[in-house]
Design a protein around this ligand. Structure first.
Ligand code: PLP
Length: 412
């Protein structure tokens, strides 16, 4: 195939991807969002391929005055939105944000305690991810199934025995606020730091629907910028600890980045302006739609995972997926009907060869204007699809409905 036709094919595939996400399907995956078009345009504005090595006011390359200003604005907006003293924006992804956090607090060979996959613990905190690749010894935190979080008494005992350098909280599914203050007390007792991974929760933390883990005592908070936050694919770390911030700065440069993508910083800055203006309303609506959808799915007879506080206080919840072949199998069925989702771990019986949960989240639904009033119809279609032998028969109805949601909400 000649180069011109490959290029044209890639352009057509990109357009097709937009059609799938913005016309054909409802996106129930909390790990994605749609960007503010002004932020998206900045990604293609021509600054992304310019080098930006060094600090604002002291760059190695010349002609970077404009980029320097963008970098300063983005970092100061990040600190403002997350009510933090320090914000590190030179972070390529949420995974690398966690690596920075590990490097700032641990040496290879040190021990960390992290939440296991049964409460949504992420691979970056585990042996197969950057924690393991950096040479850390990873010990799984004991689990409080009803709270979908760590078990405090068990964690305290484990921490006293293992003397970790770092304890992590925060996961790929977060249903109820994690006990940050209590875990910080345990960390203090054993001389550990506390990293809160807000890859998913950063949106509802920015929108004040959940308490800010930094204010509750976390030493660092790491994030993905493209999930609930709705920005470009990247990472971010905030902290109130000056010594840690100094280490994170040195890890970012000259440690793990030389030049970095200034277009992403520009897009992030515009994304953060949305949170400044609309964050409280957007976060509250994400939680309201999640709760309404969970209740409507339960009314349809689906096994919504519930803890002591109900199905969720977050923008995410889960369905026990054993009856649908597992979380990934259920997601493949839903895809045929025009709903995008994926599997997740739950602290219930495993499903052989698949995940035992199906994760559902609302960042993108709400951005397109879905409200709690839409929950019964959506739950009916999801339940029908999961129980159907021919889920694709529902696609015309789902897509026709989806196309009615064509304006973006909560953007500046
Ligand atoms: N941490 C958690 C809890 C996640 O769910 C993810 C998901 O991807 C990450 C970190 C990694 O983030 P990123 O995809 O931005 O590298």
């Amino acid at each position: 195939e000649d180069s011109a036709s490959i290029a044209a094919r890639i352009e057509a595939l990109a357009a097709n991807n937009r059609r799938i996400h913005e016309a054909e399907c409802f996106n129930l995956n909390p790990a994605t969002n749609v960007m503010n078009p002004r932020a998206e345009a900045l990604l293609a504005s021509g600054i992304g391929s310019r080098p930006s090595l060094g600090y604002p006011g002291d760059k190695y390359e010349m002609g970077l005055e404009a980029i320097e200003e963008i970098e300063v604005i983005a970092a100061s907006l990040a600190a403002e939105v997350f009510e933090a003293k320090f914000a590190e924006i030179r972070v390529p992804s949420g995974a690398i944000a966690n690596l920075y956090g590990f490097m700032a607090t641990c040496k290879p060979g040190d021990t960390i305690i992290a939440p296991p996959a049964s409460v949504g613990g992420h691979v970056t905190h585990h042996a197969g991810g950057c924690a393991g690749l950096y040479g850390l010894q990873i010990i799984e935190a004991p689990v409080d199934s009803d709270g979908y979080t760590v078990d405090l008494a068990g964690l305290a005992d484990l921490a006293r025995k293992e003397r970790p350098k770092l304890i992590t909280l925060g996961a790929s599914l977060n249903l109820f606020e994690h006990p940050v203050r209590e875990v910080r007390a345990i960390a203090d007792e054993v001389g550990a730091k506390l990293l809160f991974d807000a890859a998913h929760q950063c949106g509802i933390i920015a929108g004040k629907a959940w308490r800010n883990p930094l204010a509750e005592g976390a030493h660092m908070m790491t994030m993905s910028t493209y999930k609930s936050l709705g920005g470009p694919a990247g990472g971010l770390i905030v902290s109130n600890d000056a010594a840690l911030a100094e280490r994170l700065d040195a890890i970012a440069f000259p440690g793990m980045t030389a030049n970095f993508d200034a277009a992403k910083s520009a897009a992030l800055a515009v994304t953060l302006l949305d949170w400044r203006a609309h964050g409280v309303a957007y976060a509250a609506q994400m939680v309201a739609v999640a709760q309404a959808l969970a209740a409507a799915l339960e009314a349809e007879g689906l096994p919504v995972f519930k803890g002591a506080q109900g199905a969720t206080n977050s923008h995410q919840f889960a369905i026990a997926a054993a009856g649908f072949g597992g979380g990934q199998a259920a997601s493949k069925t839903l895809r045929k009907a025009g709903f995008l989702a994926c599997g997740i771990g739950l602290p219930i019986d495993p499903v052989a060869g698949d995940m035992n949960g199906l994760r559902i989240g609302t960042p993108e639904l709400v951005r397109w204007g879905v409200t709690p009033d839409d929950a019964p119809r959506m739950a009916g279609l999801i339940a029908q699809a999961l129980r159907s032998n021919d889920a694709s028969a529902l696609l015309p109805e789902v897509s026709a409905w989806r196309q009615g949601f064509d304006a973006l909400h909560y953007i500046t």
